[in-house]
Design a protein around this ligand. Structure first.
Ligand code: AMP
Length: 512
């Protein structure tokens, strides 16, 4: 079945249905739009928040595709509550739809259902179960779920339904769906899911990211693609050189949204979002969601739903065994080698470092010592990064060292161990990094080297370990005690003594 077959035969039916958005459009739906008139329509208007925007003159589009199946509609309030409780789903917002329990409860096109069957999925994951009806209703959405929870399909499958219902692309039109991702690796991975699940439709997609020649990307854009997955920098480049435009975008996704908003991407995001019509549907997805990011995020959203899977507090995947070892900086390499000797059985091991230089140094040393290690970081060319990742994915080089460029969103099957050689710069990154293992129902193990320089993270790290039911090493328990004292302003220096191993807890008599 082509994507066109699944559209309603009568475009007027779109016109008659009103979305939940609350926007009132005065323009007439005519089923087609020229790029130049669209340009006139949107230019100059998108800088203010959506609520205040004058939407007169904007051609309406359809974004509410949800029709509740009888099985879902008949769920009683207590059934819904019980289901959400069991799957750890928390929801916020007005008119929240019931969760769906099976794939057949959602009206996905036949070819999507076939791909789901082919993939061997048995039921929607928690984020899909609540996220699909929300996204299909056309409302803005903040979706928070840990890595490996099926987030990508939670927004991609509704995106396919959304594209199916829009007028065809005309020559010169840009995409209908725009997915922004913070790293090239994540963007490529999203594209692979988009290609797989949209394969038998006529929906075209492309991935726009820096570090590779622009030619092929420009050609894709000029041919016309319904879905663009992009990193912000290269997309802005393409927009400024008029290789594409965002006038047709009506479904906008920010993946790993917290990183997109807090790591210096905000001006770029703003620049991009300002070019998109204000009554678009906007969906934010993330594994972690600091409070200050939420404040920022809400500026780009209108009347959003929020769905959180698991505890709204920062939380690691419980399928990961987390081991934290306290040591001094100069013990690290020997500890690493010892650990590798213990665990190396040909499984994939991902080792995180702080810096590109450190990454190169340790990798060189490991290779000199005979370990099959390759490294990936931002100073490597895209071709090299792709090659390293494919060697790692294929298991040909089972050890990969990386900076945080590989911390988020990467879905490599069967990473058995994650080692934090250097502790990351935030607890959010810690959760993301260790989330590279224990994916899609598998168990995983994370080892973390913790030094005096990381002492400020001890308290929050302990919280994460406790929440995940991990055994705390004695040393961390001590650190926690000392930290408690340090907070009271008594003996901050104790932390350093313990980490350097110069005193035992007992010898110190608690305080130095
Ligand atoms: P993500 O959280 O999007 O990175 O997804 C992690 C993995 O889960 C991917 O390999 C998906 O193909 C897989 N996945 C997505 N949806 C489901 C599902 N309903 N059942 C089982 N696996 C799934």
């Amino acid at each position: 079945m082509s994507r066109y077959d699944s559209r309603s035969a009568d475009p007027a039916s779109y016109r008659e249905r009103r979305s939940d958005s609350g926007f009132v459009h005065k323009g007439e739906y005519d089923g087609s739009r020229s790029s130049s008139s669209a340009k006139r329509e949107y230019e100059g208007g998108a800088l203010s928040p959506p609520r205040k925007l004058e939407l007169d003159g904007l051609t309406p589009f359809e974004k509410n595709f949800y029709s509740e199946s009888p099985a879902v509609a008949s769920m009683s309030e207590s059934e819904v509550e019980e289901y959400r409780r069991r799957r750890e789903i928390t929801v916020e917002g007005k008119n929240i739809p019931n969760p769906v329990k099976s794939f057949s409860d959602v009206n996905f096109p036949e070819y999507v259902m076939q791909e789901i069957a082919k993939a061997g999925f048995t039921e929607p994951t928690a984020i899909q179960s609540q996220g699909w009806p929300m996204a299909l209703k056309g409302r803005d959405l903040i979706g928070i779920a840990e890595t490996g929870s099926g987030k990508t399909l939670a927004y991609l499958l509704p995106a396919i339904v959304h594209v199916n219902a829009q007028p065809f692309l005309a020559p010169g039109d840009g995409p209908i769906v725009l997915v922004l991702a913070p790293t090239r690796e994540l963007a490529v991975q999203i594209q692979q899911e988009a290609a797989k699940f949209g394969a038998s439709s006529k929906i075209k997609n492309t991935c726009i990211y820096g570090g590779v020649p622009k030619g092929p990307q420009v050609r894709d854009l000029q041919k016309g693609v319904e879905i663009v997955i992009a990193t912000p920098g290269r997309l802005i480049d393409m927009l400024e050189s008029h290789h594409t435009n965002l006038r047709r975008v009506t479904y906008l996704v920010l993946d790993e949204a917290d990183r997109m908003l807090d790591m210096g991407f905000e001006p770029q995001i703003r620049k991009i979002v300002d070019q998109i019509r204000p009554d678009r549907q906007t969906l934010y997805w993330s594994a972690t969601w600091p409070k200050d990011v939420e404040q920022l995020a809400r500026r780009f959203l209108f009347n959003p739903y929020k769905v959180v899977i698991g505890s709204p507090d920062l939380k690691a995947n419980h399928a990961i065994y987390q081991h934290v070892e306290i040591m001094s900086e100069n013990q690290k390499y020997n500890k690493l080698v010892k650990l590798l000797e213990d665990i190396m059985d040909g499984s994939r091991i991902l080792i995180f470092m702080d810096t590109k230089k450190g990454c190169d140094q340790i990798t060189r040393q490991l290779r000199m010592d005979g370990w099959p290690a390759l490294s990936i970081h931002g100073d490597k060319s895209q071709a090299e990064r792709d090659w390293v990742l494919s060697e790692f994915r294929a298991g040909k080089s089972p050890i990969m060292t990386a900076t945080d460029v590989a911390a988020r969103g990467l879905d490599v099957k069967d990473v058995k161990y994650v080692i934090n050689y250097d502790f990351p710069g935030s607890l959010e990154d810690y959760v993301h990094r260790i989330g590279r293992t224990g994916r899609a129902g598998a168990k995983g193990t994370a080892y973390t080297f913790f030094t005096a320089a990381n002492a400020k993270f001890a308290k929050d790290l302990i919280k994460i370990l406790k929440e995940a039911g991990q055994k705390l090493s004695e040393a961390l328990g001590i650190v926690e005690g000392v930290m408690a004292e340090a907070v009271l302003g008594t003996k901050e220096d104790c932390i350093y003594c313990i980490f350097e191993g110069s005193f035992s807890y007992r010898e110190m008599g608690y305080y130095c």
